[in-house]
Design a protein around this ligand. Structure first.
Ligand SMILES: *Cc1c(COP(=O)(O)O)cnc(C)c1O
Length: 231
């Protein structure tokens, strides 16, 4: 099936139930993104700042770019002018840096807190306690140019469906608690970003309303520089 077919099928599957589809286009060439774009896709996720910036410069300006990979504080300035959402916020220091550059650009940047739910030590993210600590910190309350829209998590890379379900259940339960404790009056705290190609159906069952799909849309990734990547 073509990229356009994949987009159309996934839109049918997710659109009707209020799940937002992020097309994860990392390592993929601009032509692939344009095929998704021409099928109506406007939300794209990338994990490397330089690749994201280069794609943003050349591709249509109505694309909404989501950063889904680890962000170093010294790179915030490159994406602050245009980024639609930073899904991978994992420290107060990073949030403060995003706020600083959002202010310079006279805008508010939507963010998700990335929560560590996997049983692996290779993944970035805040522990449940660390997320609560961040939200209780008076320095967080001073940040006026960022808006936390919800939480993001990556489940363990395993075939064990029970484990994946439990991890996503925990994240959704944590989201509900955080919403009640810290964002009761803020309708904009509404996003539970969980689910990748291998596990998005499980994630949706557990209450995800944003899925980040790469290989399901664009095919498997071969590790090559995106500019030379002709599949
Ligand atoms: C690469 C990536 C995805 C998409 O992965 P697929 O398995 O190709 O769907 C989703 N989320 C994050 C954070 C990623 O880095």
């Amino acid at each position: 099936m073509s990229i356009a077919d994949n987009i159309n099928n996934l839109k049918k599957e997710t659109g009707g139930i209020g799940v937002t589809l992020i097309a994860v286009s990392k390592t993929k060439p601009a032509a692939d993104l344009m095929e998704a774009y021409d099928a109506g896709q406007r939300l794209f996720g990338e994990n490397m700042v330089q690749e994201l910036v280069e794609k943003q410069e050349t591709l249509p300006k109505d694309i909404q770019w989501h950063l889904i990979g680890h962000l170093q504080t010294n790179k915030v300035k490159y994406i602050a002018p245009f980024i639609a959402m930073i899904q991978s916020v994992d420290s107060l220091k990073l949030l403060q840096e995003i706020n600083k550059h959002a202010l310079k650009n006279n805008r508010t940047i939507d963010c998700l807190l990335q929560i560590y739910i996997a049983d692996e030590d290779t993944k970035y993210g805040l522990g449940f306690d660390e997320a609560i600590e961040l939200l209780r910190n008076p320095e967080y309350a001073e940040l006026k140019n960022i808006r936390i829209r919800g939480l993001m998590g990556i489940a363990t890379n395993t075939d064990n469906e029970k484990q994946i379900k439990e991890e996503y259940y925990e994240l959704k339960t944590f989201f509900d608690g955080i919403k009640t404790s810290f964002f009761r009056k803020e309708e904009s705290f509404d996003t539970v970003s969980m689910g990748m190609s291998a596990d998005y159906q499980l994630a949706i069952e557990q209450g995800s309303n944003m899925v980040r799909l790469g290989s399901t849309i664009f095919g498997t990734r071969v590790i090559k520089h995106w500019k030379n990547n002709t599949n």
